[in-house]
Design a protein around this ligand. Structure first.
Ligand code: 5GP
Ligand code: MG
Length: 177
């Protein structure tokens, strides 16, 4: 697996230090009461597990499956909700977690749905944000790292379902794609 990686962009230790700071920001910013955290599967799984264990407050965890990338390299623009049930968020403070902010369509669509479902407030956190213009008006309240506009894998992010378990964020060799 590691032979398929051309270059490590953000290593495990640097990610861990950044998550310490993000967790402290989240802990400081949110009012008391139980926070509902929504993890967008599967990409945000690793990020969420490492971040949330650093947040020492009462929270509830929900997961959502949405499809926007369909395993390839290009965003299709459409965001599909794949679950039969949507988490109960009416009147709740929600923190939405995703792996990466690219075109912004995923965060935009899911945030809008959460508001439609009656969430009292919706905040968003991403591990990565690409330094590019968004296709829609979407921004994250908490960003781990801003990266260049290139395709990355690892730490939850996949290429055709693989490489999510790499402990760092890296760039694939051209020959692999
Ligand atoms: P957006 O809706 O912002 O265009 O894209 C968000 C989703 O696209 C992410 O949740 C992620 O699944 C996928 N994505 C965007 N950029 C990358 C990337 O560089 N690498 C991988 N593996 N997935 C990406
Ligand atoms: Mg994905």
């Amino acid at each position: 697996m590691r032979n398929d990686i051309e270059r490590v962009l953000i290593d495990e230790r640097v990610i861990g230090k950044r998550l310490d700071a993000m967790a402290a920001d989240i802990e400081r910013d949110f009012p008391g009461g139980t926070l509902v955290v929504i993890i967008l599967l599967k990409g945000a799984l690793v990020f969420a597990a490492d971040l949330l264990r650093r947040v020492p407050r009462v929270l509830e965890i929900e997961c959502l499956n949405v499809a926007s990338y369909h395993g390839g390299l290009e965003s299709t623009g459409q965001v599909d909700f794949l679950d039969r049930h949507f988490p109960e968020v009416r009147g709740r403070h929600v923190l939405l977690l995703d792996d990466i902010l690219d075109t912004g369509r995923t965060l935009y669509a899911v945030s809008r749905r959460l508001r439609e479902e009656g969430a009292a407030a919706v905040y968003t956190a991403v591990l990565l944000a690409k330094d590019k213009a968004r296709a829609v008006a979407a921004a994250a309240d908490y960003v781990g790292f801003v990266i260049g506009d290139e395709f990355v894998v690892g730490y939850g992010l996949d290429y055709q379902g693989r490489y999510r378990n790499l402990p760092y964020v890296g760039v694939l060799k051209g020959a692999v794609r």
